[in-house]
Design a protein around this ligand. Structure first.
Ligand code: AMP
Ligand code: MN
Ligand code: MN
Ligand code: MN
Length: 277
């Protein structure tokens, strides 16, 4: 079996469309040999995913994508190869989950000010008992109720930074999130580095802080990255001695342009993050 890593994906435990076992089955069908499930701020889907992976004979790497605030901006730190039952990680996760919960109510209240009612009930029902509620859930609701024509329009009109239902949120600190991942024996990886639109000097400041906290990897090949972005991320990895990860950030089979495992190879001379597992 050839090796195909995909180390960033979402299930219905956060804002993915598939159940953990459906996600694993789809990954297997796409030829993925090593999949990481990295739901937003939760490990709730990992047990089901592990079970499915054993049945299908693919490797499931326990992961998480933590929401972090650094210098007033939101960053996503993927934790790979974590021990989900680590008490330090569980306590940290609970802290972010409480922040997420409080934010759900605030977003719903802002939508009510715009005469949009019922979002709280809809998103909590959609997420179920253990699912993390994200802005994507609100985008789905706004689409289904025909307040907007697309999820993108929901972000552009209501949910994106600066829009009427945007709630500025202070997530975990960078040092906290990285320390929880390290306590759980995992590898902390900066997710989708080009999606923050940082200047080079801010990117370098961020990566310096990330390294100082114990961060060890950066996503070099991501689902939507073009060859120039891959090259720039690989250069940053080299400059900061970070291991290189690959991950599609798959959420939904509805997006045919973004599929599990459909990823460019790592550039030559990159140190793969899985060497650290
Ligand atoms: P949250 O962590 O609750 O702020 O939700 C973030 C999630 O919403 C991301 O992981 C994406 O799946 C999705 N998302 C964020 N920004 C956008 C956007 N501009 N357009 C579409 N989806 C987005
Ligand atoms: Mn998401
Ligand atoms: Mn992300
Ligand atoms: Mn993600």
């Amino acid at each position: 079996m050839s090796l195909q890593y995909d180390l960033h994906s979402h299930s219905r435990s956060s804002d993915g469309a598939l159940s953990p076992s459906e996600l694993v089955a789809r990954a297997a069908a796409q030829g993925v040999s090593h999949l990481a499930l990295t739901d937003h701020d939760t490990t709730a889907g990992l047990a089901q995913a592990q079970q499915a992976a054993q049945q299908l004979g693919i490797n499931l790497i326990n992961g998480i994508e933590l929401s972090v605030t650094w210098n007033k901006h939101c960053f996503h730190i993927v934790g790979l190869n974590i021990a989900p039952d680590c008490p330090v990680l569980m306590t940290g996760m609970a802290k972010i989950q409480a922040i997420r919960w409080a934010r759900v109510e605030k977003i719903a209240n802002l939508l009510e000010k715009k005469k949009i009612f019922g979002s709280f009930a809809a998103v909590t029902q959609a997420a179920g008992q253990t699912g993390m509620i994200t802005r994507s859930h609100f985008a789905d609701f706004l689409c289904q109720q025909q307040y907007v024509e697309s999820e993108q329009a929901a972000f552009d009109t209501y949910l994106a930074e600066g829009k009427s239902a945007y709630v500025s949120t202070t997530w975990a600190g960078l040092d906290e999130a990285v320390s929880w991942i390290n306590a759980a024996g995992g590898v902390a990886v900066l997710a989708h580095p080009m999606r923050y639109h940082l200047t080079m000097s801010w990117m370098k400041r961020f990566l310096t802080a990330f390294k100082d906290c114990g961060g060890r990897g950066i996503e070099v090949v991501t689902g939507r990255a073009n060859p120039d972005e891959v090259r720039r991320a690989a250069l940053l990895a080299q400059q900061f001695s970070l291991a290189c990860s690959v991950g599609s950030d798959f959420h939904n089979p509805k997006n045919p342009w973004l599929e599990l495992g459909r990823l460019a190879p790592l550039p030559e001379h990159s140190q793969p993050v899985w060497d650290l597992f």
